[in-house]
Design a protein around this ligand. Structure first.
Ligand SMILES: [Zn+2]
Ligand SMILES: [Zn+2]
Length: 151
C-alpha cells in the first residue's frame, strides 16, 4: 500500500513540473490592462486578454525578483518565488520596511521592471513569468512551482 502512496506523490510532482514547463497560450500572457498601484502601495493587477485577472502584492513581487542574483539566492535558501527570507521573517518582522517600488515601467512590450526603494532594480518581470506566478486560488492550486527546474 505504501508503494502506491509514494508513486502517487511522484506522479503529482511530475505533473506539476510539466504544467510549469508547458508554453502558455498567447492570450494568457498578453495583458489587456496593467495597474501598478504605486500610490496605494498595494501591488500590481493585470487583466489578461483571456479574461483572467491576476494580482500580486509588492512584497510578493520583491521576493519573487527574477534577476539572476535573487534566483540564486532563493535557490540557496530553498525558497519559492515570493517567499520571504527566513531570517527577515524570524528576526523583528515588524521592523522590516515594506517592499515598495519608487517607480515602475514597462520593458518593451513583454515585461515590467521595478525600481525598488531598497535600491534593487535588476529584475525583469515578463508577462509570462507573472502569469505563471498568478496568486489567485485557481492558479496557485496547480502551478505553485515556477522555479523548480534543476540547473
Ligand atoms: Zn533581484
Ligand atoms: Zn490566476
Amino acid at each position: 500500500m505504501s508503494h502506491e502512496g509514494i508513486r502517487y506523490v511522484r506522479k503529482d510532482e511530475e505533473a506539476r513540473e510539466n504544467e510549469a514547463n508547458r508554453p502558455l497560450p498567447r492570450i494568457a500572457v498578453t495583458p489587456q490592462k496593467v495597474r501598478v498601484l504605486l500610490t496605494e502601495g498595494k501591488g500590481v493587477e493585470i487583466d489578461w486578454v483571456d479574461g483572467h485577472r491576476s494580482a500580486w502584492s509588492f512584497a510578493w513581487l520583491r521576493d519573487a525578483c527574477p534577476c539572476a542574483t535573487c534566483v540564486e539566492e532563493r535557490k540557496a535558501d530553498g525558497r519559492k518565488p515570493g517567499q520571504p527570507k527566513a531570517k527577515l521573517a524570524a528576526v523583528l518582522p515588524m521592523y522590516t520596511a515594506p517592499a515598495k517600488p519608487a517607480t515602475a515601467h514597462a520593458v518593451g512590450r513583454y515585461a515590467l521592471q521595478f525600481n525598488w526603494l531598497d535600491g534593487h532594480s535588476g529584475g525583469i518581470y515578463s508577462w509570462d513569468y507573472l502569469r505563471r506566478s498568478c496568486q489567485c486560488p485557481e492558479c496557485t492550486f496547480v502551478a505553485t512551482e515556477t522555479e523548480g527546474m534543476p540547473n
